[in-house]
Design a protein around this ligand. Sequence first.
Ligand SMILES: Cc1cc2nc3c(=O)[nH]c(=O)nc-3n(C[C@H](O)[C@H](O)[C@H](O)COP(=O)(O)O)c2cc1C
Ligand code: SF4
Length: 444
Amino acid sequence: MGRKILLENIDKEGIERFDVYRKHGGYTALEKALKLTPDEVTEEVKKSGMRGRGGAGFPTGMKWSFLDKKSNNPRYLICNADESEPGTFKDRYLIEKLPHLLVEGLIISSYALGVNTCYIYVRGEFKYLIGILNKAICEANANKFLGKNILNTGYSLDIHVHSGAGAYICGEETAQIESLEGKRGNPRIKPPFPALKGLYDCPTVVNNVETLAAVVPIISMGGEEYAKIGTGRSTGTKLISASGHINRPGVYEIEMNISVEEFLMSDEYCGGMKNGKPLKAVIAGGSSVPILPAHLILKTANGENRMMTYESLADGGFATGTMLGSGGFIAYDEDSCIVRNTWNLTRFYHHESCGQCSPCREGTGWMERVLHRLENGEGRMHDIDLLTNISKNIEGNTICPLGDAAAWPVASAIRHFRDEFEFHVKNPGIVKNIKHGSLKKYTV
Ligand SMILES: Cc1cc2nc3c(=O)[nH]c(=O)nc-3n(C[C@H](O)[C@H](O)[C@H](O)COP(=O)(O)O)c2cc1C
Ligand code: SF4
């Protein structure tokens, strides 16, 4: 059994309540942290080597050390609970089951950053989480772990829960800041980065839910011990949202030292492919990362076992690799239609583009239209290169990474499954008739 440090107590009856959480060691990491200086807490997080769990994998301790401490303005911590990335559903699970773990992580992190006001930005559709979070915040307040003069240390913190309105782009940190300020969630041009000018133009850190929750075990066990879990620059454990054609979809905590094959086939995790069908492809880190065919997700181009780590998944760059991203693992069996899937994802990105940059605003819509005609048996052979061309012209040419996120799924699907796109052009009659049926039946 893999080691659990975030979800260790998830099955304890009533763990979402303060008294039960406390009985199982809750808030002892906070008590420990408050005996350290804020810089010492940051140092532990640095030593842990933990990389942000929101998608980009930026080292958390380093991000914290960029926060402008010289400014006389207040500093803010924003907990990013937007979680709109297709295929990713770990943060909502963590909040629902272990709200006090997050609240404790927020208090420790705010203390380390010298923050007295913290916001949790919750995706609009997660209404049910807002009550859960507010209850946990009230309980922590009532027990003097939050609010004014926490445990008589002189340190005070307020946590506010803010609901978004259901826009994917509000998960991007600067769009989230705009939205918190009451404006339309349009990403800002960076620099300046939020660490210098963030919420209300004040120094701000934005971190993912899982990142902030993981600060609790880091402080409990110490940064060095945490760094011993996992491999290389992928330290600690990671929550993976597993979905698609597998036997056991769900949220799993993995030590970052297991292979993709073990994750997929072991009964502890995905439990193998549904109905024993062969694996066709995997999106390993949420819909924004490149899709890989079965042979490349299981083994790197050098023939080594692909591991569930930041480095191993990225091995080979985008030619033969992908990214761990937010850990949204979607498995596709042999019957899946890659063209249909790519069209579906592109439809999502087109809908969610905020429209500020022309390559993203126009390019996502253009790709959607081309993919739609390919999927519906009305495509032309040169549409395939046209798609590659459009995606190349979006990538790297936009204000925020949503443009890249829209381009990579299309580019990678064509890179690895070009024959399937060509099949759609050559066989319009078949394609029109197999909207939800088995593509495999026709392609072999
Ligand atoms: C379009 C888009 C959507 C994003 N959505 C989320 C999200 O839902 N949750 C999240 O934590 N990060 C999301 N991010 C990443 C954030 O901008 C930011 O990098 C992250 O919250 C930082 O947290 P971390 O350092 O703990 O990973 C998104 C980025 C983009 C470009
Ligand atoms: S890349 Fe897309 S979502 Fe991001 S700022 Fe530009 S138009 Fe908006």
